[in-house]
Design a binder for this molecule. Structure first.
Ligand SMILES: [Zn+2]
Ligand SMILES: [Zn+2]
Length: 472
């Protein structure tokens, strides 16, 4: 009896197309094949197989089979689940998984020799744990053996969360499985990669938007073949066709960048949990400030929370004091205790950072004669006074006007007063009260490019500035 296969194609349709299997070919679900589609040939994945009686209507034949490993059923289940959940055509999900069209182009040609690098070694340079870390590690390690579980690794910055999951990854490597670490794109820094390389004696495989096509192709192949053992990636790495996944870690799980909000819309952290459940493997969500959703899931008993109390080494939490400015009744923004601390710190040769989440000079401008607030005519948000640039700017739509001389309601002259502090206003006070200190303002309004920022940062490093006014 001949066989027919249903092939899913990486096009934005949910349909699976039927082809007959040539007698010389043997196919399994998850095999990657080349098939005729209209006047083109497309690559796709065998989704289902069934018998094909000779009496049936004729079908086109599968053209060729790629010399690549079979994609495991957990991978296929995963994209089907996400497609249903996000109302995305199944073919579009497949496109995410086979996101490297170059792999399928050179069907016959032998790909060039590539430098595969070293394989991460679990026993290369194990980390020495503190007793608190060891306790947490042992608890999480015992969960590695129990199939699917979600653990929330909650610990303040500096408590040594990364060391713990590095050792868990080592355990996964000893079992010859793959480990996937998701990071917010911004955290894919050389320092982070360095930590992995130092622990395992070899660089991890990376997956992010800045890879070259050649790097993408090779990394994808190594992942599907199971040669890539430790994969660090941004959220899209979740959709790669892993051959033998043993652990997923989502670091900084609270980060908003896990949300994909165009194309296929999904929350990467939550889809990672789904993937772990379909693969029947453990997942660890790590954060110093777990998200509300994760907090709730712990509370409901769905996720298991492990708290790492103490800080690693000598690091300790800062002392925090809340000062109510209403009590001081002063017109100044820098309170007496803060004034004292700034003097004390700078006298000791150290630097001070005043952090304020308000750009510009003042968030609100008010007519002292009639009480009119200066609003944006397009969004009814207040216009923010940017005195350095001599403008009032709407932070929502960008609408800007030059400084006003006269009230538009009561026509009083020079009646406007600034209400509340922005970084520029705070800087004015700093200049007046600490005339002997060099300061700088770090704000996107005043630093226009990366070079300028680099210059400011290098001056901060050499202590050119004693007082920094910064905002996010
Ligand atoms: Zn007025
Ligand atoms: Zn506006």
């Amino acid at each position: 009896m001949m066989q027919k296969v249903g092939v899913l194609l990486p096009i934005p349709l949910s349909q699976v197309y039927d082809y007959v299997v040539p007698e010389s070919m043997s196919l399994a679900v998850g095999d990657m094949v080349l098939v005729p589609f209209g006047s083109r040939r497309l690559y796709g994945v065998v989704w289902r197989i069934s018998d094909f009686p000779e009496t049936s209507k004729p079908l086109k034949e599968v053209y060729n089979k790629f010399d690549l490993p079979t994609i495991s059923s957990a991978n296929l289940e995963f994209i089907e689940w996400v497609a249903n959940y996000t109302l995305t055509p199944l073919g579009a999900m497949l496109k995410l998984m086979l996101s490297v069209p170059q792999v399928f182009k050179s069907l016959k040609r032998q790909s060039k020799k590539i430098n595969k690098g070293l394989t991460p070694h679990p026993d290369f340079s194990p980390i020495q744990f503190s007793s608190a870390q060891d306790l947490t590690y042992q608890e999480l390690k015992s969960r590695l053996e129990q199939g699917y579980s979600v653990s929330v690794l909650d610990g303040v910055t500096g408590s040594g969360k990364t060391e713990i999951y590095l050792e868990l990854i080592a355990e996964v490597l000893r079992r010859h499985q793959q480990a996937l670490v998701l990071l917010p794109e911004i955290s894919l820094s050389p320092q982070m990669i360095e930590r992995f390389a130092k622990r395992f004696g070899a660089s991890p495989s990376l997956w992010h938007s800045l890879l070259t096509p050649a790097q993408r192709r090779e990394t994808w192949k190594q992942i599907v073949k199971g040669e890539a053992k430790v994969i660090i990636g941004a959220r899209s790495a979740l959709f790669l066709p892993y051959s033998n996944l043993g652990l997923i870690v989502v670091d900084e799980e609270h980060e908003q960048t896990y949300k994909q909000d165009e194309g296929v819309i999904y929350q990467g952290r939550d889809m990672a949990v789904v993937r772990a459940s379909l693969e029947r493997i453990p997942i660890i969500l790590a954060s110093a400030t777990p998200s509300l959703e994760t907090h709730y899931n712990c509370h409901q008993g769905r996720y298991h929370k492990v708290t790492l109390e103490s800080r690693f080494g000598e690091a300790s939490l800062p002392e925090i004091e809340v000062i109510d400015l209403k009590e001081s009744k002063s017109k100044e923004w820098i309170s007496a205790p803060l004034f004292h601390e700034i003097n004390k710190t700078t006298a000791a040769g150290e630097q001070v950072l005043l952090f304020l989440n308000r750009r510009g000079y003042a968030p609100l401008t008010l007519c002292s004669a009639c009480g009119t607030k200066v609003e944006c005519p397009f969004c009814t948000a207040w216009l923010v006074d940017h005195r350095v640039q001599g403008r009032l700017v709407c932070h929502y739509c960008g609408h800007a006007v030059t400084q006003l001389k006269e009230c538009m309601s009561c026509h009083a002259k020079d009646s406007f007063v600034a209400c509340g502090p922005g970084v520029e206003r705070l800087a004015e006070e700093v200049a007046g009260r600490f005339p002997h200190l060099n300061y700088c303002i770090i704000s996107s309004d005043l630093i226009s490019n990366v070079q300028e920022l680099g210059l400011v940062l290098s001056k901060i490093k050499i202590m050119k500035f004693r007082l920094l006014l910064g905002l996010k």
